[in-house]
Design a protein around this ligand. Structure first.
Ligand code: BG6
Length: 282
């Protein structure tokens, strides 16, 4: 069942329930903020103190970063992670594929407001398939008459039992930029977290595993050569108004993207697909 719902402040979202899974998707940002497969724990971390408010991104779930990731390259006054995560998307398709899977497509196209922030015409679709796995596909089409360049991410926040229990597999041998120092390193083995981490990994495996105490979250990625690993740790979590002080303990972001040198250049009419398929397994 696919149902349109509203919070008291008119904040709109879609609720999906089928035989295999459930999900919630805000129209602002095409932001998936809940996904749970049958008999599995809720997969996406959501801050207890997140805003659900016009113009504010949800802290948790899967924010969509487009047309730039992080701060804007030349103008710090422009919104961090682009404008797509706080723009109102339009639902263009909703269908029950069968009793186990539901498909929703949301669309964002350039308009007068977006052209003030980014001078290009575009058509972006987010396809979400809610089933025993969660499939998220961001399709960017250049509808302009000139080429454009963009960076992007499916900025996924995952629930973990305790950050000290987890390790990330699939990064061994990858180069990464440590965004805290701007230095480049090579990852050796799997990654455990015991301090603030903010890194962009390049050319990692398309298959990433987030091992936790009693389950493993699998990510299958397409169209991406960069993956951000982020945990704000103690001090940064304290400074964030929309994250509880101890919020960092139960989350880890693994963000499938096209970031930095992995930017995408599209000529008019060209299309780029960025996809992640996420599942939680024993
Ligand atoms: C991560 C970045 O993707 O997002 C971090 O690598 C950033 O540097 C984090 O702090 C959260 O960003 P925001 O804009 O949601 O607070």
């Amino acid at each position: 069942m696919i149902t349109h719902k509203k919070l008291d402040n008119n904040y709109e979202y879609i609720e999906i329930k089928n035989n295999q899974a459930e999900a919630k998707i805000a129209l602002q940002g095409a932001h998936i903020f809940h996904y749970k497969a049958k008999n599995r724990p809720a997969l996406l971390w959501l801050s207890e103190t997140s805003f659900f408010k016009e113009g504010k991104a949800i802290r948790g779930g899967i924010p969509i970063c487009f047309p730039w990731f992080g701060p804007h390259k030349t103008d710090a006054s422009l919104p961090q992670h682009g404008f797509a995560r706080t723009a109102l998307w339009e639902v263009v398709l909703e269908e029950e594929l069968d009793e186990n899977s539901s498909h929703v497509q949301l669309q964002l196209t350039s308009d007068e407001e977006s052209l003030k922030l980014w001078e290009y015409k575009f058509d972006v679709r987010l396809d979400i398939v809610v089933s025993s796995e969660l499939t998220v596909t961001l399709t960017v089409t250049n509808t302009d008459t000139k080429a454009f360049e963009f960076t992007s991410a499916l900025h996924s926040y995952f629930n973990v039992s305790d950050i000290t229990n987890v390790s990330v597999e699939g990064l061994d041998g990858s180069n990464y930029i440590d965004s805290l120092t701007d230095k480049t390193y090579i990852q050796k083995g799997s990654l455990s977290i015991s301090e603030e981490v903010d890194r962009v990994y390049f050319d990692s495996s398309n298959s990433i595993k987030l091992h936790d105490k009693s389950n493993t979250i699998h990510l299958k990625q397409k169209g991406s050569n960069s993956l951000v690993v982020w945990n704000p740790w103690i001090e940064k979590a304290k400074k964030m108004v929309d994250m509880p002080d101890d919020g960092y303990k139960t989350m880890l972001c693994l963000e499938t993207g096209n970031i930095g040198e992995d930017k995408i250049i599209l000529k008019p009419k060209e299309v780029h697909l960025l996809e992640v398929i996420i599942s939680s397994r024993l």
